[in-house]
Design a protein around this ligand. Structure first.
Ligand code: SUG
Length: 448
């Protein structure tokens, strides 16, 4: 049976703004307080989805969340009508209002970890929503994420959903941003590669000194257990703490993998040789031929990687077996990175083509092409069981661009977040969106 990697991209929500909320994420911190353009952000994301669909890849869409999150503000003690909750938060605790307005759910690589059915003990596709508990504004995403994923992948015969891990730092889980799967074919058993930043309970593992390590070993192990993965189909590796301290807050800022290939920076991991040998041996036992492409620091520095987001690219397999890299415009703007990419594609290796996308609105908050998508490997039967409303088609693209044009503002600054009208605009837009995507009631305002 044929199998596919389906990319579900996060649709940028109407409150996209630059809140400076992510300590350790260089772009988020340096663009704090700039005014944003939610309409442009959403259209940039949709243009990428359309382009991939037109190239023949399976493409889906993942809905944004209700913001400001008045339910979260009420939990923090703000009371009254929804408008009063917003007004009081704006007056007494602006940072909390800003956090409750973040459109950060667009970076759906952090929505969940997904294991395809070929890897799991019960033969179903498993999803664990990420608790994202390193940052308050992201920790409020998972309840709605779970409902949206539940509405997209509703068929229990094929799909299993797990609640987010316990919401404490020891089980900090950032989802697929620290998880890659290697396989010979999407439908065959593969090797799931979990990259962690620190251990919560074992002091032998070093930790970064300056910025937080968001993913723990213990969280990754829990996800592997929940999904029923076998030991010979899992490899754990530690991110180099010194790159976390240079702004590599997720592994997908310094490495990307697909099929049998890992594309990574020389400084990305600790004990790299041991890790590569384990990946090679385990994938070999599953009929695969592991290959790695190491980008040397002499050609691209960690700083270049963080600024250009070279590794936050989408590595896609084409029908002829060659690979394509989807990179952000910022890669073309960095001379060393661009030169490296020219050399890579002309060397006759696996990666033959680079396509550049303008995702500046998301990039200014530290979210590149790979952050914006959640990969779900599905066989034909499973793909047919996905809610068809979320699969990208030319008509759906047309409907969604019109929907964005109708509902989104083209400028948003911090003061605008205090406007109760923004909540009403967001709810009106999302109510319509749930009908477009055939999701049913998934948002707090639709349920409560
Ligand atoms: O979690 N930025 C996100 C970016 C996530 C990128 N995802 C991956 N690498 N997979 C984060 O740091 C910034 C929001 C703000 O500052 O307004 C933010 O949340």
């Amino acid at each position: 049976m044929k199998s596919y990697e389906v990319n579900f991209d996060g649709l940028v929500g109407p409150t996209h703004n630059y809140g400076g909320l992510s300590y350790g994420n260089v772009a988020s911190q340096s663009n704090s307080q700039q005014s944003s353009n939610p309409k442009e952000a959403a259209l940039q994301g949709l243009a990428k989805m359309k382009a991939l669909m037109e190239m023949g890849f399976q493409q889906g869409v993942l809905a944004p969340q209700e913001r400001p999150d008045v339910v979260a503000l009420r939990r923090l003690g703000f009371a009254g009508s929804d408008a009063q909750v917003i007004e009081r938060a704006a007056k007494d605790a602006m940072p909390l209002l800003v956090a409750s307005c973040s459109a950060s759910s667009m970076w759906v690589a952090n929505a969940a970890t997904v294991s395809p059915s070929a890897d799991t003990a019960d033969g179903r596709v498993h999803f664990t929503a990420a608790n994202l508990n390193c940052k308050y504004h992201r920790s409020i995403e998972h309840p709605t994420t779970s409902r949206v994923l539940g509405a997209m992948f509703a068929d229990q015969q094929h799909f299993a959903h797990h609640a987010a891990l316990p919401a404490v730092a020891q089980f900090g889980d950032e989802g697929a941003a620290n998880h890659t799967r290697f396989c010979r074919d999407y439908g065959q058993a593969g090797v799931e590669f979990f990259v962690f930043g620190r251990s919560a309970f074992d002091t032998r593992y070093p930790a970064p000194q300056k910025y937080p390590a968001r993913q723990t070993l213990e969280a990754s192990q829990a996800v592997a257990r929940l999904h029923g993965l076998s030991d010979d189909g899992v490899v754990y590796a530690q991110q180099n703490p010194s790159v976390i301290d240079q702004g590599v807050f997720h592994n997908d800022v310094i490495a990307v993998g697909n099929g049998e290939v890992l594309f990574y920076h020389e400084d990305a991991f600790l004990e790299t040789d041991k890790m590569l040998a384990e990946l090679d041996a385990k994938l070999g036992k599953r009929g695969g031929n592991f290959q790695s492409i190491c980008v040397p620091r002499s050609q691209v520095t960690v700083e270049d990687a963080v600024r250009s987001y070279l590794f936050n690219s989408q590595l896609l397999s084409r029908a002829d077996g060659s690979m394509l890299l989807i990179v952000p415009e910022e890669c073309r703007g960095n001379e060393r990175v661009w030169q490296y990419l020219q050399g890579l594609t002309s060397s006759g290796g696996l990666i033959r083509e680079v396509k550049v996308f303008d995702l500046k609105q998301s990039m200014q908050n530290g979210g590149g092409p790979a952050c914006l998508r959640l990969r779900v490997a599905l066989n034909q039967t499973e793909l047919a069981a996905v809610n068809p409303g979320v699969i990208m088609t030319a008509p759906l693209y047309g409907t969604l661009t019109q929907w964005v044009d109708k509902h989104y503002r083209d400028r948003l600054s911090e003061n605008d977040l205090a406007d109760p009208q923004l909540l009403l605009e967001c709810r009106t837009a999302l109510d319509e969106l749930t009908q477009i995507l055939k999701l049913g009631a998934v948002y707090p305002f639709q349920i409560n």
